[in-house]
Ligand binder design. Sequence first.
Ligand code: GLC
Length: 457
Amino acid sequence: MQVLAVRQHWGRQFDPPQFDWRKLKRAMLQDWFVEAKYGIFLHWGIYSAGDWGESWPFFNGEVSYETYMAQAQSFTAQKYDPDAWARLFAESGARYAVLTAKHHDGFALWPTQVSSLNAVEGSPAGRDLIGPYCDALRRHGLKVGIYYSHLDWSHPDYASVLPGGAQPHDHSNMHSNPFGYPQNGPDEARWEKFLAFHRAQLKELCTLYKPDLLWFDGDWERDPEQWRFAELRDQLHEWAPGVVLNSRMGGHGDYGTPEQAIPITAPDEMWEFCVTTNDHWGYVKSDNNWKTPRQCIRMLAECAGMGGNLLLDIGPKSDGTIPDEQADILRQIGRWTHKHGEALYATVRGLPAGHFYGASTLSPARDTLYLFLFDRPYDEIAVKGIRNAVKSVEVVGSGQALQHRVLGGAPWAHLPGVLWIEVPEGALDSDCTVLKVQLDGPLDLYSGAGDVVTLNV
Ligand code: GLC
Protein backbone atom coordinates (compact mmCIF):
# COMPACT_ATOMS: atom_id res chain seq x y z
CA MET A 1 0.00 0.00 0.00
CA GLN A 2 2.75 2.38 1.00
CA VAL A 3 4.62 1.84 -2.28
CA LEU A 4 1.48 2.50 -4.29
CA ALA A 5 0.77 5.69 -2.42
CA VAL A 6 4.21 7.06 -3.22
CA ARG A 7 4.00 6.07 -6.87
CA GLN A 8 0.66 7.78 -7.27
CA HIS A 9 2.44 11.03 -6.60
CA TRP A 10 5.46 10.73 -8.82
CA GLY A 11 4.10 13.38 -11.08
CA ARG A 12 3.70 16.03 -8.44
CA GLN A 13 7.14 15.43 -6.93
CA PHE A 14 8.80 15.94 -10.26
CA ASP A 15 7.32 19.20 -11.35
CA PRO A 16 10.33 21.05 -12.71
CA PRO A 17 11.61 23.90 -10.51
CA GLN A 18 10.34 26.43 -13.08
CA PHE A 19 6.82 25.43 -12.09
CA ASP A 20 6.33 28.38 -9.77
CA TRP A 21 2.94 29.77 -10.69
CA ARG A 22 3.29 32.55 -8.15
CA LYS A 23 5.55 34.26 -10.67
CA LEU A 24 3.13 34.02 -13.58
CA LYS A 25 2.82 37.06 -15.79
CA ARG A 26 -1.01 37.01 -15.98
CA ALA A 27 -0.69 38.56 -19.40
CA MET A 28 -3.90 37.06 -20.76
CA LEU A 29 -6.01 36.74 -17.66
CA GLN A 30 -9.52 37.66 -18.76
CA ASP A 31 -12.02 39.45 -16.50
CA TRP A 32 -14.63 36.73 -17.03
CA PHE A 33 -12.29 34.21 -15.44
CA VAL A 34 -11.34 36.34 -12.44
CA GLU A 35 -15.00 37.18 -11.81
CA ALA A 36 -16.38 33.66 -12.36
CA LYS A 37 -15.49 32.16 -8.94
CA TYR A 38 -17.11 28.82 -9.74
CA GLY A 39 -16.58 26.29 -12.52
CA ILE A 40 -17.37 22.61 -13.10
CA PHE A 41 -14.58 20.15 -13.95
CA LEU A 42 -15.58 17.02 -15.88
CA HIS A 43 -13.43 13.91 -16.16
CA TRP A 44 -15.07 11.81 -18.85
CA GLY A 45 -13.38 9.21 -20.99
CA ILE A 46 -13.04 5.48 -21.52
CA TYR A 47 -12.05 5.18 -17.84
CA SER A 48 -15.63 6.13 -16.92
CA ALA A 49 -16.59 2.56 -17.84
CA GLY A 50 -14.37 0.76 -15.30
CA ASP A 51 -14.25 0.97 -11.52
CA TRP A 52 -10.75 2.42 -11.11
CA GLY A 53 -10.35 6.01 -12.24
CA GLU A 54 -8.52 7.81 -15.02
CA SER A 55 -5.28 6.72 -16.77
CA TRP A 56 -3.17 6.07 -13.67
CA PRO A 57 -4.23 2.43 -13.09
CA PHE A 58 -2.22 1.14 -16.06
CA PHE A 59 0.68 3.49 -15.42
CA ASN A 60 0.80 2.22 -11.85
CA GLY A 61 0.56 -1.39 -12.97
CA GLU A 62 -2.78 -2.04 -11.29
CA VAL A 63 -4.33 -3.22 -14.56
CA SER A 64 -2.70 -4.10 -17.85
CA TYR A 65 -2.66 -1.51 -20.62
CA GLU A 66 -4.79 -3.85 -22.75
CA THR A 67 -7.43 -4.30 -20.05
CA TYR A 68 -7.53 -0.56 -19.47
CA MET A 69 -7.87 0.31 -23.15
CA ALA A 70 -10.55 -2.36 -23.67
CA GLN A 71 -12.86 -0.05 -21.71
CA ALA A 72 -13.24 1.89 -24.94
CA GLN A 73 -15.66 -0.79 -26.11
CA SER A 74 -18.06 0.15 -23.28
CA PHE A 75 -17.77 3.88 -23.80
CA THR A 76 -21.16 4.44 -25.46
CA ALA A 77 -22.13 8.04 -24.61
CA GLN A 78 -25.63 6.69 -25.34
CA LYS A 79 -27.48 9.10 -23.06
CA TYR A 80 -25.11 12.02 -23.50
CA ASP A 81 -27.21 15.18 -23.30
CA PRO A 82 -24.85 18.17 -23.23
CA ASP A 83 -27.78 20.56 -23.02
CA ALA A 84 -28.89 18.90 -19.77
CA TRP A 85 -25.29 19.13 -18.50
CA ALA A 86 -25.09 22.85 -19.28
CA ARG A 87 -28.51 23.49 -17.74
CA LEU A 88 -27.42 21.76 -14.54
CA PHE A 89 -24.16 23.74 -14.37
CA ALA A 90 -26.02 27.01 -14.90
CA GLU A 91 -28.56 25.97 -12.25
CA SER A 92 -25.65 25.32 -9.91
CA GLY A 93 -24.35 28.85 -10.46
CA ALA A 94 -21.17 27.85 -12.31
CA ARG A 95 -19.86 30.31 -14.88
CA TYR A 96 -17.66 27.90 -16.82
CA ALA A 97 -16.86 24.23 -17.24
CA VAL A 98 -13.75 22.25 -18.20
CA LEU A 99 -14.06 18.87 -19.96
CA THR A 100 -11.28 16.33 -20.52
CA ALA A 101 -10.78 16.26 -24.29
CA LYS A 102 -7.82 13.91 -23.80
CA HIS A 103 -6.43 12.49 -20.57
CA HIS A 104 -2.99 10.86 -20.06
CA ASP A 105 -4.28 7.64 -21.70
CA GLY A 106 -4.32 9.41 -25.06
CA PHE A 107 -7.97 8.71 -25.93
CA ALA A 108 -9.49 11.79 -27.59
CA LEU A 109 -13.16 12.74 -27.33
CA TRP A 110 -13.09 14.61 -30.62
CA PRO A 111 -12.42 13.30 -34.15
CA THR A 112 -8.75 14.18 -34.21
CA GLN A 113 -7.18 13.75 -37.64
CA VAL A 114 -3.78 12.76 -36.25
CA SER A 115 -4.71 9.60 -34.32
CA SER A 116 -7.37 6.92 -34.58
CA LEU A 117 -7.49 6.73 -30.80
CA ASN A 118 -10.65 8.81 -30.54
CA ALA A 119 -14.33 8.53 -29.70
CA VAL A 120 -15.43 8.42 -33.34
CA GLU A 121 -13.12 5.69 -34.55
CA GLY A 122 -12.32 3.87 -31.35
CA SER A 123 -15.54 3.50 -29.36
CA PRO A 124 -19.26 2.83 -29.78
CA ALA A 125 -19.84 6.52 -28.94
CA GLY A 126 -19.02 7.03 -32.63
CA ARG A 127 -19.28 10.82 -32.72
CA ASP A 128 -17.67 14.09 -31.71
CA LEU A 129 -18.32 14.67 -28.00
CA ILE A 130 -16.54 18.00 -27.61
CA GLY A 131 -18.40 20.14 -30.17
CA PRO A 132 -21.89 19.56 -28.70
CA TYR A 133 -20.54 20.29 -25.22
CA CYS A 134 -19.08 23.63 -26.35
CA ASP A 135 -22.31 24.61 -28.12
CA ALA A 136 -24.48 23.70 -25.13
CA LEU A 137 -22.33 25.65 -22.68
CA ARG A 138 -22.46 28.72 -24.88
CA ARG A 139 -26.23 28.44 -25.27
CA HIS A 140 -26.51 28.57 -21.48
CA GLY A 141 -24.14 31.52 -21.10
CA LEU A 142 -21.19 29.51 -19.75
CA LYS A 143 -17.57 29.85 -20.82
CA VAL A 144 -15.94 26.86 -22.48
CA GLY A 145 -12.93 25.14 -20.92
CA ILE A 146 -11.09 22.21 -22.47
CA TYR A 147 -8.68 19.96 -20.54
CA TYR A 148 -5.76 18.49 -22.49
CA SER A 149 -2.94 16.28 -21.21
CA HIS A 150 0.40 17.17 -22.78
CA LEU A 151 1.83 13.75 -22.04
CA ASP A 152 0.33 10.80 -23.87
CA TRP A 153 1.00 7.34 -22.52
CA SER A 154 -0.36 5.70 -25.67
CA HIS A 155 1.53 7.56 -28.35
CA PRO A 156 4.35 5.48 -29.88
CA ASP A 157 6.68 8.48 -30.18
CA TYR A 158 6.09 9.79 -26.70
CA ALA A 159 8.12 6.79 -25.51
CA SER A 160 11.25 8.02 -27.18
CA VAL A 161 12.63 9.75 -24.11
CA LEU A 162 12.50 6.57 -22.02
CA PRO A 163 15.55 4.32 -21.97
CA GLY A 164 15.76 2.23 -25.09
CA GLY A 165 12.72 4.01 -26.57
CA ALA A 166 10.40 2.04 -24.29
CA GLN A 167 6.65 2.62 -24.23
CA PRO A 168 5.52 4.57 -21.13
CA HIS A 169 2.88 1.94 -20.50
CA ASP A 170 5.50 -0.82 -20.55
CA HIS A 171 5.52 -1.22 -16.80
CA SER A 172 8.78 -3.20 -16.62
CA ASN A 173 10.66 -0.12 -17.76
CA MET A 174 9.09 2.09 -15.15
CA HIS A 175 11.02 0.19 -12.50
CA SER A 176 14.38 0.95 -14.05
CA ASN A 177 13.56 4.61 -14.71
CA PRO A 178 10.43 5.43 -12.75
CA PHE A 179 10.43 9.15 -13.42
CA GLY A 180 10.54 8.94 -17.17
CA TYR A 181 13.76 10.92 -17.43
CA PRO A 182 16.10 9.96 -20.25
CA GLN A 183 19.14 7.91 -19.37
CA ASN A 184 20.78 7.89 -22.77
CA GLY A 185 19.29 11.18 -23.97
CA PRO A 186 16.04 11.47 -25.86
CA ASP A 187 15.56 10.25 -29.39
CA GLU A 188 15.31 13.72 -30.89
CA ALA A 189 13.69 12.68 -34.13
CA ARG A 190 10.85 10.84 -32.39
CA TRP A 191 10.40 13.64 -29.87
CA GLU A 192 10.02 16.11 -32.73
CA LYS A 193 7.42 13.80 -34.26
CA PHE A 194 5.55 13.74 -30.98
CA LEU A 195 5.68 17.52 -30.64
CA ALA A 196 4.25 17.86 -34.15
CA PHE A 197 1.38 15.57 -33.10
CA HIS A 198 0.88 17.52 -29.84
CA ARG A 199 0.72 20.84 -31.71
CA ALA A 200 -1.57 19.39 -34.36
CA GLN A 201 -4.07 18.22 -31.74
CA LEU A 202 -4.01 21.55 -29.97
CA LYS A 203 -4.46 23.43 -33.22
CA GLU A 204 -7.49 21.24 -33.94
CA LEU A 205 -9.01 21.94 -30.53
CA CYS A 206 -8.42 25.68 -30.87
CA THR A 207 -9.67 26.10 -34.40
CA LEU A 208 -12.64 23.73 -34.12
CA TYR A 209 -13.95 24.88 -30.75
CA LYS A 210 -12.40 28.27 -29.93
CA PRO A 211 -12.10 27.48 -26.20
CA ASP A 212 -12.20 30.32 -23.69
CA LEU A 213 -9.88 28.34 -21.42
CA LEU A 214 -7.31 25.61 -22.02
CA TRP A 215 -6.71 23.53 -18.94
CA PHE A 216 -3.44 21.66 -19.32
CA ASP A 217 -2.09 18.77 -17.33
CA GLY A 218 0.79 16.30 -17.52
CA ASP A 219 3.69 18.70 -18.09
CA TRP A 220 5.87 17.12 -15.43
CA GLU A 221 7.63 14.36 -17.35
CA ARG A 222 9.70 16.75 -19.50
CA ASP A 223 11.13 20.18 -18.89
CA PRO A 224 9.57 23.36 -20.33
CA GLU A 225 12.36 23.74 -22.90
CA GLN A 226 11.73 20.24 -24.28
CA TRP A 227 8.04 21.05 -24.60
CA ARG A 228 8.87 24.51 -25.99
CA PHE A 229 6.12 25.97 -23.85
CA ALA A 230 7.08 29.61 -24.48
CA GLU A 231 6.56 28.99 -28.19
CA LEU A 232 3.35 27.05 -27.51
CA ARG A 233 1.91 29.97 -25.56
CA ASP A 234 2.26 32.23 -28.62
CA GLN A 235 0.83 29.57 -30.93
CA LEU A 236 -2.23 29.12 -28.71
CA HIS A 237 -2.90 32.85 -28.65
CA GLU A 238 -2.75 32.87 -32.41
CA TRP A 239 -5.10 29.87 -32.78
CA ALA A 240 -7.56 30.91 -30.05
CA PRO A 241 -7.25 34.66 -29.39
CA GLY A 242 -8.02 35.58 -25.81
CA VAL A 243 -7.75 32.03 -24.47
CA VAL A 244 -6.94 31.73 -20.76
CA LEU A 245 -4.20 29.17 -19.96
CA ASN A 246 -3.72 27.38 -16.68
CA SER A 247 -0.27 27.08 -15.16
CA ARG A 248 0.48 23.50 -16.15
CA MET A 249 2.69 24.40 -19.04
CA GLY A 250 5.89 24.73 -17.10
CA GLY A 251 4.83 28.05 -15.57
CA HIS A 252 3.96 29.66 -18.93
CA GLY A 253 0.26 29.89 -18.14
CA ASP A 254 -1.90 32.57 -16.55
CA TYR A 255 -2.97 31.23 -13.16
CA GLY A 256 -2.16 28.63 -10.51
CA THR A 257 -3.96 25.33 -9.99
CA PRO A 258 -3.74 24.05 -6.41
CA GLU A 259 -5.32 20.61 -6.40
CA GLN A 260 -7.22 18.63 -3.72
CA ALA A 261 -5.70 20.59 -0.76
CA ILE A 262 -7.32 24.00 -0.36
CA PRO A 263 -4.84 26.84 0.26
CA ILE A 264 -4.63 27.91 3.89
CA THR A 265 -3.29 31.38 3.14
CA ALA A 266 -4.33 33.40 0.12
CA PRO A 267 -1.95 32.94 -2.84
CA ASP A 268 -0.65 36.21 -4.32
CA GLU A 269 -1.56 35.57 -7.94
CA MET A 270 -4.80 34.41 -9.54
CA TRP A 271 -5.59 30.78 -8.79
CA GLU A 272 -8.27 28.13 -9.08
CA PHE A 273 -8.66 25.25 -6.66
CA CYS A 274 -9.68 21.97 -8.30
CA VAL A 275 -11.18 19.28 -6.13
CA THR A 276 -13.17 16.06 -6.45
CA THR A 277 -16.66 15.55 -5.02
CA ASN A 278 -15.64 12.07 -3.83
CA ASP A 279 -12.11 10.58 -4.01
CA HIS A 280 -11.79 10.19 -7.79
CA TRP A 281 -11.77 12.55 -10.75
CA GLY A 282 -13.57 10.16 -13.08
CA TYR A 283 -16.64 8.01 -12.39
CA VAL A 284 -15.88 5.18 -9.98
CA LYS A 285 -19.00 3.28 -9.02
CA SER A 286 -17.67 1.96 -5.70
CA ASP A 287 -16.49 5.38 -4.45
CA ASN A 288 -19.16 6.77 -2.16
CA ASN A 289 -16.99 9.03 -0.08
CA TRP A 290 -19.01 12.10 -1.03
CA LYS A 291 -18.40 15.57 0.23
CA THR A 292 -21.63 17.17 1.39
CA PRO A 293 -23.19 20.09 -0.51
CA ARG A 294 -22.57 22.24 2.55
CA GLN A 295 -18.88 21.35 2.55
CA CYS A 296 -18.70 22.26 -1.14
CA ILE A 297 -20.42 25.59 -0.49
CA ARG A 298 -17.92 26.27 2.24
CA MET A 299 -15.00 25.54 -0.12
CA LEU A 300 -16.53 27.86 -2.69
CA ALA A 301 -16.82 30.68 -0.14
CA GLU A 302 -13.30 30.05 1.14
CA CYS A 303 -11.86 30.19 -2.38
CA ALA A 304 -13.71 33.41 -3.21
CA GLY A 305 -12.63 34.87 0.14
CA MET A 306 -9.00 34.27 -0.81
CA GLY A 307 -9.47 35.69 -4.31
CA GLY A 308 -9.61 32.37 -6.17
CA ASN A 309 -12.04 30.18 -8.09
CA LEU A 310 -13.39 26.74 -7.22
CA LEU A 311 -13.33 24.13 -10.01
CA LEU A 312 -15.52 21.36 -8.65
CA ASP A 313 -15.08 18.00 -10.34
CA ILE A 314 -17.70 15.50 -11.41
CA GLY A 315 -17.34 12.24 -13.34
CA PRO A 316 -20.13 11.38 -15.77
CA LYS A 317 -20.77 7.67 -16.43
CA SER A 318 -19.73 6.07 -19.72
CA ASP A 319 -23.28 6.55 -21.06
CA GLY A 320 -22.94 10.29 -20.43
CA THR A 321 -25.28 10.59 -17.45
CA ILE A 322 -24.17 12.47 -14.37
CA PRO A 323 -24.35 10.38 -11.16
CA ASP A 324 -27.36 11.36 -9.01
CA GLU A 325 -25.17 12.19 -6.02
CA GLN A 326 -23.18 14.72 -8.04
CA ALA A 327 -26.25 16.24 -9.70
CA ASP A 328 -27.73 16.63 -6.23
CA ILE A 329 -24.59 18.37 -4.92
CA LEU A 330 -24.65 20.78 -7.87
CA ARG A 331 -28.35 21.59 -7.39
CA GLN A 332 -27.94 22.26 -3.70
CA ILE A 333 -24.97 24.52 -4.37
CA GLY A 334 -27.25 26.27 -6.87
CA ARG A 335 -29.87 27.06 -4.25
CA TRP A 336 -27.18 28.84 -2.27
CA THR A 337 -25.34 30.60 -5.13
CA HIS A 338 -28.53 32.04 -6.60
CA LYS A 339 -29.49 33.51 -3.25
CA HIS A 340 -26.01 34.88 -2.50
CA GLY A 341 -24.65 35.79 -5.94
CA GLU A 342 -23.85 39.41 -5.06
CA ALA A 343 -21.46 38.22 -2.33
CA LEU A 344 -19.67 35.88 -4.72
CA TYR A 345 -19.35 36.81 -8.40
CA ALA A 346 -16.98 39.60 -9.38
CA THR A 347 -15.98 40.19 -5.76
CA VAL A 348 -12.38 40.55 -4.60
CA ARG A 349 -10.57 38.81 -1.75
CA GLY A 350 -11.84 39.76 1.67
CA LEU A 351 -10.31 40.25 5.11
CA PRO A 352 -6.97 38.65 5.91
CA ALA A 353 -6.86 36.04 8.68
CA GLY A 354 -7.40 37.33 12.20
CA HIS A 355 -10.19 39.84 11.58
CA PHE A 356 -13.13 37.48 11.29
CA TYR A 357 -13.60 33.76 11.92
CA GLY A 358 -15.00 32.82 8.56
CA ALA A 359 -14.54 33.72 4.91
CA SER A 360 -15.27 37.19 3.57
CA THR A 361 -15.29 38.99 0.22
CA LEU A 362 -15.40 42.65 -0.81
CA SER A 363 -17.17 44.47 -3.61
CA PRO A 364 -14.71 45.74 -6.26
CA ALA A 365 -15.01 49.26 -4.77
CA ARG A 366 -14.10 47.64 -1.41
CA ASP A 367 -16.88 49.51 0.39
CA THR A 368 -19.16 46.51 0.89
CA LEU A 369 -17.95 43.62 3.02
CA TYR A 370 -19.61 40.20 2.83
CA LEU A 371 -19.22 37.85 5.78
CA PHE A 372 -19.81 34.11 5.39
CA LEU A 373 -20.97 32.36 8.55
CA PHE A 374 -20.04 28.68 8.52
CA ASP A 375 -21.21 27.99 12.05
CA ARG A 376 -24.33 28.90 14.00
CA PRO A 377 -23.60 32.08 15.97
CA TYR A 378 -24.53 32.32 19.64
CA ASP A 379 -25.89 35.88 19.65
CA GLU A 380 -23.41 38.33 18.14
CA ILE A 381 -20.57 37.79 15.71
CA ALA A 382 -17.40 39.89 15.82
CA VAL A 383 -15.32 41.68 13.17
CA LYS A 384 -12.07 43.30 14.25
CA GLY A 385 -9.95 46.08 12.79
CA ILE A 386 -12.56 48.01 10.76
CA ARG A 387 -11.77 51.73 10.96
CA ASN A 388 -14.70 52.74 8.75
CA ALA A 389 -18.08 53.76 10.06
CA VAL A 390 -20.63 51.05 9.34
CA LYS A 391 -23.70 52.37 7.55
CA SER A 392 -25.80 49.20 7.70
CA VAL A 393 -25.69 45.45 8.11
CA GLU A 394 -28.19 43.17 6.42
CA VAL A 395 -28.70 39.52 5.57
CA VAL A 396 -28.01 38.70 1.93
CA GLY A 397 -31.01 37.13 0.25
CA SER A 398 -33.69 38.44 2.60
CA GLY A 399 -32.47 42.00 3.11
CA GLN A 400 -33.25 41.70 6.83
CA ALA A 401 -31.55 44.56 8.71
CA LEU A 402 -29.38 43.51 11.66
CA GLN A 403 -28.48 45.37 14.86
CA HIS A 404 -24.81 46.18 15.23
CA ARG A 405 -22.55 48.19 17.48
CA VAL A 406 -18.89 48.91 18.02
CA LEU A 407 -17.40 48.23 21.45
CA GLY A 408 -13.99 49.28 22.68
CA GLY A 409 -11.20 50.78 20.63
CA ALA A 410 -8.72 53.57 21.27
CA PRO A 411 -9.93 56.51 19.14
CA TRP A 412 -7.09 58.81 20.29
CA ALA A 413 -4.63 56.34 18.70
CA HIS A 414 -6.84 55.66 15.69
CA LEU A 415 -7.37 52.05 16.82
CA PRO A 416 -10.82 50.63 16.05
CA GLY A 417 -13.05 48.72 18.42
CA VAL A 418 -14.79 45.46 17.69
CA LEU A 419 -17.86 45.46 15.42
CA TRP A 420 -20.51 43.21 16.96
CA ILE A 421 -23.45 42.10 14.81
CA GLU A 422 -26.56 40.46 16.22
CA VAL A 423 -27.59 37.41 14.19
CA PRO A 424 -30.98 36.03 15.25
CA GLU A 425 -31.77 32.35 14.64
CA GLY A 426 -34.45 33.25 12.08
CA ALA A 427 -31.87 34.99 9.88
CA LEU A 428 -29.83 31.85 9.28
CA ASP A 429 -29.50 30.16 5.90
CA SER A 430 -29.64 26.35 5.95
CA ASP A 431 -26.08 26.04 4.57
CA CYS A 432 -24.15 29.29 5.01
CA THR A 433 -25.52 32.67 6.09
CA VAL A 434 -24.04 35.73 4.39
CA LEU A 435 -24.06 39.22 5.92
CA LYS A 436 -23.61 42.43 3.96
CA VAL A 437 -21.77 45.18 5.81
CA GLN A 438 -22.05 48.57 4.14
CA LEU A 439 -19.04 50.76 4.93
CA ASP A 440 -18.79 54.54 4.59
CA GLY A 441 -16.02 54.17 1.99
CA PRO A 442 -13.30 51.79 0.84
CA LEU A 443 -12.25 49.41 3.60
CA ASP A 444 -9.78 51.00 6.00
CA LEU A 445 -8.29 48.14 7.95
CA TYR A 446 -6.17 48.11 11.04
CA SER A 447 -4.08 44.91 11.25
CA GLY A 448 -1.45 45.87 13.81
CA ALA A 449 -0.41 44.53 17.20
CA GLY A 450 -2.60 46.95 19.13
CA ASP A 451 0.08 48.53 21.27
CA VAL A 452 -0.81 52.17 22.04
CA VAL A 453 1.32 52.83 25.08
CA THR A 454 4.70 52.31 23.43
CA LEU A 455 3.74 54.09 20.20
CA ASN A 456 5.81 57.23 20.90
CA VAL A 457 8.62 55.65 22.88
C1 GLC B 1 -3.71 15.19 -11.47
C2 GLC B 1 -3.96 13.80 -11.96
C3 GLC B 1 -4.93 13.76 -13.09
C4 GLC B 1 -6.11 14.67 -12.92
C5 GLC B 1 -5.67 16.04 -12.50
C6 GLC B 1 -6.78 17.00 -12.25
O1 GLC B 1 -2.81 15.86 -12.28
O2 GLC B 1 -2.77 13.21 -12.41
O3 GLC B 1 -5.32 12.45 -13.30
O4 GLC B 1 -6.77 14.73 -14.13
O5 GLC B 1 -4.88 15.94 -11.37
O6 GLC B 1 -6.25 18.19 -11.73
